[in-house]
Ligand binder design. Structure first.
Ligand SMILES: C[S@@+](CC[C@H](N)C(=O)[O-])C[C@H]1O[C@@H](n2cnc3c(N)ncnc32)[C@H](O)[C@@H]1O
Length: 228
């Protein structure tokens, strides 16, 4: 794959190979620890964790080279659907001086999440339900620059909208993963995607990019949106 180097476009993300067919990495914040069986590679005294787009949809999004500036130093992120921490752990590597409020409603996943991420000081685990943003408000004590949502729920756009209205700062960014089959298993994906986009637009969000990640996660589309 060649030498590991800074990704030319994404803050604190690393890459080897060509940008058309890249292998992504993040610098391991907790050296020696793996979270989900990812490979650890040391080059020039720095330990990197391979970031697999088949296991993390954020990696799949970045491989598609979005134009929006998604990551920067000190970013405050609200992450809905944290599961056991695969993607959150990479965000934690990237946003060393930031914070990632990580919401998950399944107790078992949250237990695993806490085991996996307890040494990472920039993560705040929240056992909560993304459908009811007000209920976990006391655990989120800063403005949110990046709202990331990956909860396989039937009303994904509506949940994203509620959380954007409640938490997202005026110049913040929403990344919404839409799984068409969580919404309707019979309707065609295209119809589901346009229905979800309409909900966001009617709620006052502008969709700035639509990224198809079917190659890595079947029936998933990523929307990047901002407040108007
Ligand atoms: C596809 S997994 C997320 C994977 C994770 N984003 C990653 O890349 O590491 C979806 C997660 O959302 C959680 N979830 C579903 N509905 C939720 C809700 N209403 N509130 C919080 N979490 C929810 C599920 O329990 C599951 O762990």
């Amino acid at each position: 794959m060649g030498k590991i180097r800074n990704h030319p476009r994404y803050y604190n993300v690393f890459v080897s190979g060509s940008l058309q067919n890249p292998q992504l990495y993040t610098k391991n914040l907790t050296v020696g620890n793996q979270i989900y069986g990812e490979k650890l590679i040391t080059e020039n005294g720095i330990e990197y964790r391979t970031w697999n787009p088949h296991q993390s949809k954020l990696a799949a999004i970045l491989i598609n080279n979005p134009e929006t500036h998604l990551l920067r130093k000190g970013l405050k992120c609200l992450y809905l659907g944290a599961a056991s921490g695969t993607t959150v752990s990479h965000l934690s590597d990237i946003l060393i001086n930031g914070i990632i409020y990580s919401v998950e409603f399944a107790e078992r996943s949250m237990r695993q999440f806490i085991q996996n991420t307890s040494e990472r000081e920039n993560i705040i685990p929240i056992l909560g339900d993304a459908r009811y943003p007000v209920e976990f408000a006391k655990s989120v004590f800063t403005n949110i620059d990046l709202l990331y949502q990956d909860v396989a729920q039937p009303n994904q756009a509506e949940i994203a909208l509620k959380n954007s209205q409640y938490y997202l700062s005026d110049d913040g960014i929403l990344i919404l993963l839409i799984k068409s089959q969580s919404i309707d298993s019979v309707k065609k994906s295209k119809k589901v995607y346009s229905q979800e986009k309409r909900i966001l637009k009617e709620g006052g969000l502008e969709i700035v990019e639509t990224i198809n990640i079917h190659n890595y996660a079947s029936n998933h589309l990523a929307l990047i949106a901002k407040k108007i």
